[in-house]
Ligand binder design. Structure first.
Ligand SMILES: [Zn+2]
Length: 329
């Protein structure tokens, strides 16, 4: 009988103590909240930076309202169309984004750019349309400033020309990296590993203890692990314990359980019965337990209430911000 799957299977018999859940103290809660805030803030900053790079300045001023028409809401600039859903948490409230002007851009910012280039003796028509002639002019001014002649007016060049380098983000801009749509997976809100990783669908793969009941996500030792959803810490072991080594079980309100095994460490402040929020760092990748002679990785399982393990692979892909899908084994 294929009892005991790979790394953590043996853990199962001992998991989930049927003990009443402790109510976390306020002290711990607020510490958690603070940590979460720090993490969120860092993420937001990173998102804003990544986002900014592909942002074009909004083009074409809004048409003036017809006489007698109700005054249009005075948005400073037309919002660039959002082409990908952005999770609310990743949208900075009042962010500004760097202006980058390139071929195809139109509007006042292009006009200002052309005027400044022209003022410096490089011939270009000030028409507010960034075409091939403007691109050539931008290249010339970049060469003069000993910058890389890209023909794209980035924040650095605009600053050098004394122009506005940032603009208010009127709407979520098109992100540079794929962003996971909210609700992409019914079980995961975020990917469990932060940083570089690789994985494949090795759920069900034969292991010496039986069928593999999770997916192994390979990552360097010390890579942060985060809670995939808001949950309660059901059980954790900060010391080597059985096949799973240092491991943690989370349980969502609907009874779905999440198992993280072979960890290097568990975050300070986490305790059984405590709450975590999605994206909160709960520990780091390691190779404890029966992975001790192997490469560091996260053994990750999803267990549905009342029915046991399910293949986490498609859910991981659904919330993988890099959409780095690997070939099936
Ligand atoms: Zn595994």
């Amino acid at each position: 009988m294929t009892r005991a799957a790979a790394c953590p299977r043996a853990e199962r018999s001992r998991r989930i103590p049927a003990r009443p859940r402790a109510i976390p103290g306020h002290g711990r809660l607020s510490r958690c909240a603070t940590r979460a805030l720090v993490i969120l803030t860092t993420l937001l900053a990173a998102t804003a930076t990544a986002t900014a790079q592909s942002v074009e300045i909004p083009s074409a001023p809004a048409a003036s309202p017809a006489p007698g028409a109700a005054p249009a809401p005075t948005a400073a600039a037309p919002a660039p169309a959002a082409t990908a859903p952005v999770p609310a948490a990743a949208t900075p409230a009042a962010a500004s984004v760097p202006v980058t002007l390139r071929m195809g851009a139109k509007g006042q910012a292009v006009k200002d750019l052309q005027r400044e280039i022209r003022r410096r003796g490089i011939k270009v028509t000030v028409d507010g349309a960034f075409g091939p002639a403007t691109k050539r002019a931008v290249k010339r001014i970049q060469k003069r400033f000993k910058m890389k002649a890209t023909g794209v007016a980035d924040a650095k060049l605009l600053k050098r020309l004394g122009l506005r380098t940032r603009t208010a983000a009127a709407a979520p801009a098109t992100p540079a990296a794929p962003v996971v749509a909210p609700g992409a997976s019914p079980y995961l809100d975020v990917f469990p590993v932060l940083g570089d990783y690789t994985y494949s669908d090795d759920y069900g793969a034969p292991r010496h203890q039986g069928a593999h009941e999770g997916v192994d996500i390979m990552a360097d030792r010390g890579t942060p692990l985060v809670a995939v959803t808001a949950a309660t810490v059901n059980r954790l072991s900060r010391t080597e314990s059985g096949l799973g080594g240092i491991n943690i079980w989370l349980e969502r309100a609907d009874g779905t359980e999440y198992y993280y095994a072979h960890m290097h460490s568990i975050a300070d402040g986490l305790a059984e019965g405590g709450k975590v929020i999605a994206g909160q760092v709960i520990g780091t990748v390691g190779n404890t337990g029966d992975a001790r002679y192997g490469a560091p990785h996260l053994h990750f399982e999803i267990r549905l209430a009342g029915s046991g393990p399910t293949d986490p692979y498609s859910h991981l892909v659904a919330v993988d911000p890099t959409a780095r899908t690997q070939a099936r084994r």
